[in-house]
Design a protein around this ligand. Structure first.
Ligand code: GTP
Ligand code: MG
Length: 420
């Protein structure tokens, strides 16, 4: 495992995301232990209920039910992951941001309305990627971005339908750490986003709003998150003001525009969504260029040098902002996922243990009472025996005395007979 995810120098080594995988491993172990304990208790109860102690059969059934529950939770824990969903208007660069985070051009991106349904990117242990359409088990082998485009074209996919893209974990550390990234069609392509929220957002740990730094935050984008916040208390929202490289074209307005965006973003996160403080909100807003980040990361992966001179002015600052975003994003994602996903399992686990304990205590009490009554009976029998044996002893003595007397008498008579 170290070999895959935690090798020194790999991006995953010091990542806060590891907290999630470590917690998941621990919880898995605890539930495996619980599983064997309950299994043992079940066979114990079955054994004693067949004669030794009169155990209520409902209790045995109860334990079996708990066993089933533990199995269910263990399965759920195995499937638990950290989920991040990306939203924003068409062409703001959602797919490019995800590609940058995956370190390669995996999702189709381009001018115009490109992403026409939800795409969920998740890790696979297979060496090659594949895509699966919602409700089908047919796998489309994916080697490159063009093969994904082919798999997605052809039959019509509705906007709210989902394509799952399983991508080799070996190629991306986010996927290795159980992160699932969901790309969406532009928020402006449909007026009905309620279904989207119900289908894809209720179990999301983090939302990334990919905004366009060349325009202002749109009402459609804000409304969407208002709806999200009405269904999910305090959603974790990050805002990426993307295409910030375009600001280099007008350097004289750059700082002014940045302050304007920042003020509006903070107002939205802190006052409108009212989920977080202004200080926290400051850590949720970034000015980036996903296109540059993707190019840079692709070069880095190949071990090629990156020349900042080939990018518009301010490149290093935009890169730095993206790296800070990634770090903060990982912290929030891991923290939220551990809290929301595992807290529930832990509470359920505790309930089961509490129930098992009281159940076994009942059996113990029954056994103790039985032992006490059996002890009483034993003592009674012992005293009867004692009494009987004293009685016999005294009878024996009496008898002995009588026999002795008789013998003495007989002997005396015999002696007398001889004399006579
Ligand atoms: P839809 O899927 O259609 O909703 O769009 P999207 O939000 O996924 O945008 P996508 O990633 O496809 O990007 C749209 C276009 O913008 C592509 O041509 C990208 O190369 C370009 N692009 C993305 N990010 C940036 C950026 O930071 N700067 C610049 N200059 N171009 C960008
Ligand atoms: Mg897209």
């Amino acid at each position: 495992e170290e070999h895959i995810a935690g090798a020194k120098g790999s991006p995953g080594a010091g990542s806060p995301l590891r907290i999630f995988s470590q917690a998941k491993k621990k919880i898995n172990e605890i539930f495996a232990e619980l599983d064997s304990q309950v299994k043992e208790s079940t066979s114990f109860l079955q054994r004693i209920s067949s004669g030794i102690i009169p155990v209520d059969l409902n209790l045995v059934e109860d334990v079996q039910k708990r066993h089933g529950k533990i199995r269910g939770i263990s399965e759920m824990v195995k499937r638990d992951h950290m989920k991040v969903v990306f939203f924003g208007r068409t062409s703001n660069g959602k797919s490019t941001v995800i590609n940058a985070m995956l370190r390669d051009r995996i999702l189709p991106s381009g001018i115009g309305h490109t992403t026409n349904c939800f795409i969920q990117v998740e890790g696979t242990d297979d060496v090659e990627g594949y895509a699966m359409k919602e409700g089908s088990t047919e796998r489309y082998g994916i080697k490159s971005v063009t093969s994904l485009s082919h798999a997605l074209s052809g039959e019509h996919l509705s906007e709210e339908s989902l394509v799952r893209l399983a991508w080799p974990k070996s190629k991306c550390f986010l996927l290795r750490e159980d992160v699932v990234l969901v790309d969406s069609p532009g928020i402006d392509v449909t007026p009905d986003t309620d279904t989207w929220i119900d289908k894809y957002c209720l179990d999301a740990d983090v939302f990334v709003l990919v905004a366009n730094a060349e325009s202002t935050l749109m009402q459609a984008e804000k409304n969407f998150f208002h709806k999200v916040a009405s269904k999910l208390s305090k959603p974790n929202v990050f805002i990426l003001n993307n295409r910030w490289d375009a600001s280099a074209n007008e350097p004289e307005y750059m700082e002014e525009v940045r302050q304007q965006h920042l003020a509006r973003n903070l107002e939205f996160l802190n006052k409108e969504l009212a989920g977080i403080s202004r200080e926290q909100a400051l850590e949720r807003v970034y000015f980036v260029s996903a296109k540059e980040v993707l190019l840079t990361y692709q070069k880095r992966e190949k071990g090629e040098p990156v020349n900042p001179g080939m990018f518009p002015e301010g490149y290093l600052m935009r890169m730095q902002d993206f790296e800070t975003f990634e770090r903060k994003f990982q912290e929030t994602l891991s923290e939220s996922a551990v809290r929301t996903k595992f807290e529930h399992h832990t509470t359920q686990g505790k309930e089961i243990v509490k129930g098992m304990r009281s159940l076994l205590e009942t059996v113990f009490d029954t056994a103790s009472t039985l032992r006490n009554t059996q002890g009483d009976e034993k003592r009674r029998q012992e005293s009867v025996l004692q009494m009987k044996s004293t009685h016999y002893q005294s009878l024996k003595n009496e008898y002995k005395e009588k026999v002795d007397g008789l013998c003495r008498k007989a002997a005396e008579e015999i002696v007398r007979g001889f004399k006579e």
